[in-house]
Ligand binder design. Structure first.
Ligand SMILES: [Fe+2]
Ligand SMILES: [Fe+2]
Length: 216
């Protein structure tokens, strides 16, 4: 089976799991939650692919792991920090049907398992691919859409919005000075996200100064 066929099968597997949960009538999550999760997954796949190519990693392993990294989030259950390990357990029996080598299979499962807190429930060395999956996930967590989601509830509460921006800016500037991603390409893409967030929040703060008792 070629790489594209396998990736298409994985995609179908995830979407069927999501559809089954939604058909049962999920009580813990909304239709938006599932839609957000799927779009997040697709973005993570593309970031992962880009980083894997630049870093000389196994692109198919990275793409498969990125696709499956949050599969447990398509259940009607909140697994918290366990969701990476649960996702790996859901993925493994299915991946076994796709003809991956044992090394690739374990690498995919390990990359999924550790993406939340660097811990797997089986023994495996850290791999370049596992670092890339975590990088891709973190990069999307700091994307443009996330800025909107993080601030949408405060859009009509200006003072609280500015207060939040004021507190958030030093945190983001601190991240900007570090190189916390697992790969150089991950750091480059993460910094691009941080620059966007910092720029947005700085503009928000600048604008807020114009609203203080106008000096006309
Ligand atoms: Fe996750
Ligand atoms: Fe994720």
């Amino acid at each position: 089976m070629d790489a594209n066929k396998r990736l298409r099968k994985i995609t179908k597997f995830i979407l069927e799991r999501r559809a089954a949960t939604e058909a049962k009538g999920a009580v813990n999550f909304s239709a938006f939650d599932y839609e957000y999760r799927w779009k997040h997954t697709l973005r993570v796949v593309q970031y992962g692919k880009q980083i894997a190519k630049a870093e000389g990693a196994d692109v198919e392993v990275v793409m498969a792991a990125c696709l499956l990294h949050d599969i447990s989030k398509f259940d009607d259950k909140e697994y918290g920090v366990e969701h990476g390990r649960v996702s790996a357990r859901i993925a493994r029996p299915f991946l076994e049907t796709l003809g991956y080598s044992a090394a690739q299979l374990n690498n995919i499962c390990f990359s999924i398992a550790v993406h939340v807190d660097d811990k797997a429930d089986f023994k495996h060395p850290i791999t370049l691919e596992s670092k890339i999956v975590s990088d891709a996930d973190n990069i999307d967590r700091f994307g443009a859409y996330r800025i909107l989601l993080q601030h949408k509830n405060l859009a009509e509460n200006y003072e609280a919005l500015i207060e939040k921006a004021k507190k958030r800016l030093p945190v983001l500037r601190k991240y900007r000075k570090k190189n916390d991603m697992g790969t150089p390409t991950g750091n480059k893409l993460f910094k691009r996200q941080l620059d966007l967030q910092i720029d947005f929040l700085e503009h928000l703060m600048e604008d807020s100064k114009l609203t203080v008792e106008a000096k006309i």
